[in-house]
Design a protein around this ligand. Structure first.
Ligand code: DX5
Ligand code: ZN
Length: 229
């Protein structure tokens, strides 16, 4: 099923590209744009060579908005972080399929915490790693850059992974969302939508525009127009 009425486009600005001297004000600014989710990148300095912020920041921002908080755990040991982020106000938690044997128990734990589950996959990882978990997840998160930093260039080869995720969803009769993350600007959002993506995570591609609200609306319109019908 690729029915736009049952799976509306989601636009998720990534706070990583916001002004870190005023994360509260930036969250309120995103809230006013009509964006659906706020994407929160958590980096531990092990799984990726960068460190961002932790549950205390998410907890501080939580009262400022009713937007879905989409937490992306780029962390080697997410098991110790799931409960703190759930308590801090995460609505969804994305873990990486590269964690191998940890993935099954992590999915179970996120579900037991009552949160939505996203399963992320890095550009070099084969899609076959995702397949055993598809029935258990609410979304797949196709990384379209190597994770760790904002502002990188979209990797075109990832488009075929989006097509594969969409084909499996149809074949298996599942309803997971297909999210893309990394180098998502107006044109790459449209390409991803045409390949089957329905959820667009964008840091630089949105925050580089002075009028964030107009940028969110434009990305939504382009994605809807290009979407697989
Ligand atoms: C990258 C993060 C992304 C990041 C995207 O490791 O997972 O969510 O914020 O940034 P842009 O949109 O600037 O590529
Ligand atoms: Zn992310």
């Amino acid at each position: 099923m690729s029915d736009a009425t049952t799976r509306p486009v989601i636009i998720a600005p990534s706070l990583l590209a916001a002004n870190f001297t005023r994360l509260g004000a930036e969250t309120l600014r995103v809230n006013r744009t009509g964006a659906d989710w706020l994407h929160l990148d958590i980096m531990d300095g092990h799984f990726v060579p960068n460190i961002s912020f932790g549950p205390a920041v998410v907890k501080a921002l939580r009262p400022l908005s009713k937007m879905t908080f989409d937490v992306h755990l780029m962390c080697a040991k997410p098991d110790i972080l799931l409960e703190p982020f759930a308590k801090a106000g995460a609505d969804r938690m994305n873990i990486h399929v590269e964690l191998g044997a940890q993935v099954g128990p992590l999915i179970w734990k996120i579900r037991s915490l009552g949160k939505q589950i996203g399963l992320a996959i890095d550009p070099p990882t084969s899609m076959s790693a995702l397949k055993p978990h598809l029935e258990q997840v609410d979304s797949v998160l196709i990384m379209t850059v190597n994770p760790g930093f904002g502002g990188q260039e979209f990797i075109n080869e990832c488009l075929t992974k989006i097509q594969q995720a969409a084909a499996w969803r149809d074949e298996l009769g599942l309803r997971y969302r297909i999210a893309v993350d990394g180098g998502i600007h107006f044109s790459t959002a449209a390409s991803c939508a045409a390949a089957g993506a329905d959820t667009f995570i964008s840091g630089t591609g949105l925050f580089e525009h002075k009028n964030l609200k107009a940028a969110v609306a434009k990305m939504r319109k382009l994605a809807e127009a290009a979407a697989v019908k």
